[in-house]
Design a protein around this ligand. Structure first.
Ligand code: ZN
Length: 312
């Protein structure tokens, strides 16, 4: 069995995208509106294919359906995670995601969306929208219906290297110039709450106020509940960033040779800096891969690089 399977990303072209993703990560993708790179995805809205080896050209969902042994025979009717890099060339709309229960009922059996951000790059004094200031349901509804957005949304300062957990029900948005690596449940369900009243091609983008109000958590948890602190001390090793019911995420620094074990059926990995090798495969900044059940128990890396890895 192959120990590592490299993937071809899917690129999402968006009105707020740019060229930066392609340039910074060395992707050969045309267009000056690249907003998202879905590096590890089996979601029907944007799926990855295998770039080389025994399974070259196969879609990730095919591997999941036909070769479950690669994933340590993990359970589930779909590949559970989605890893993407988002480069905000402009402020994104303010949005909220449903949890599993609501999505299953109202969104045709979709998964809910819990997500976690690792801030790859951001301007100095950058701010994100995380949470809101309404004290109760009535206040939330009156702020939304009255368009009192500046009072409602809560802005939080953010720095490069920070880890931010966005639970379903959290009002959130990334702002212009911020680049994140997002690890999330494999879901594409987003409710748009506010789009800064922007007009494009003569109209505003559709909002989903009723569904947003259905799922927003009131009152919002404090910012400290979202921004996860960690001490990035490992010079050649693994630092756990977050562990929750949907995923476990770590940062890996490779400086020379490194071997470590993951207690998981399979591992998702993205190189965020530098270059090196994972088992026998050459990788560099922007490479996305699966480490299979055969490799997860004794992962071998070498070179000078940083990765974000995740598993269920
Ligand atoms: Zn989101």
């Amino acid at each position: 069995m192959e120990k590592v399977i490299l993937l071809n990303p899917y690129f999402s072209h968006t009105i707020w995208g740019g060229r930066k993703l392609a340039e910074d990560f060395g992707y050969d993708e045309p267009g000056d509106d690249i907003g998202e790179c879905w590096g590890i995805s089996a979601h029907p809205s944007g799926e990855c294919t295998v770039s080389c080896g025994e399974f070259e050209g196969k879609r990730l969902s095919e591997l999941w359906n036909d070769h479950r042994e690669l994933f340590g025979n993990a359970q589930g009717d779909r590949f559970p995670l989605l890893v993407k890099i988002i480069d905000a060339g402009d402020d994104l709309s303010i949005q909220v995601h449903p949890g599993d229960e609501y999505a299953k009922l109202h969104e045709d059996g979709s998964l809910g969306k819990k997500e976690c951000w690792y801030v790859l790059d951001c301007p100095e004094n950058a701010e994100l929208v995380i949470g809101h200031n309404a004290k109760n349901e009535d206040e939330l509804r009156s702020m939304v219906s009255g368009g009192r957005w500046n009072e409602l949304i809560r802005k939080v300062k953010v720095r490069k290297g920070e880890v931010i957990q966005i639970d379903p029900g959290t009002v959130h948005s990334i702002t212009a110039g911020i680049c994140i690596l997002e690890t999330q449940q494999s879901s594409d369900i987003t409710y748009r709450l506010y789009d800064y009243d922007r007009v494009r091609d003569g109209k505003k983008r559709e909002l989903h106020l009723d569904k947003s109000l259905d799922v927003i958590t009131v009152p919002a948890p404090s910012p400290e509940d979202h921004i996860i602190g960690y001490s990035d001390t490992a010079d050649n090793g693994v630092t756990k960033l977050i562990e929750c019911d949907k995923y476990s995420i770590s940062k890996v620094r490779v400086n020379g040779d490194l071997s470590f074990a993951c207690d998981a059926g399979f591992v998702c990995a993205t190189v965020i800096n530098g270059s090196g090798r994972v088992f026998d495969k050459d990788v560099k900044k922007g490479s996305h891969m699966l480490i299979t059940a055969e490799g997860a128990g004794d992962i071998r890396m070498s070179g000078d690089m940083e990765l974000i890895i995740s598993h269920i």
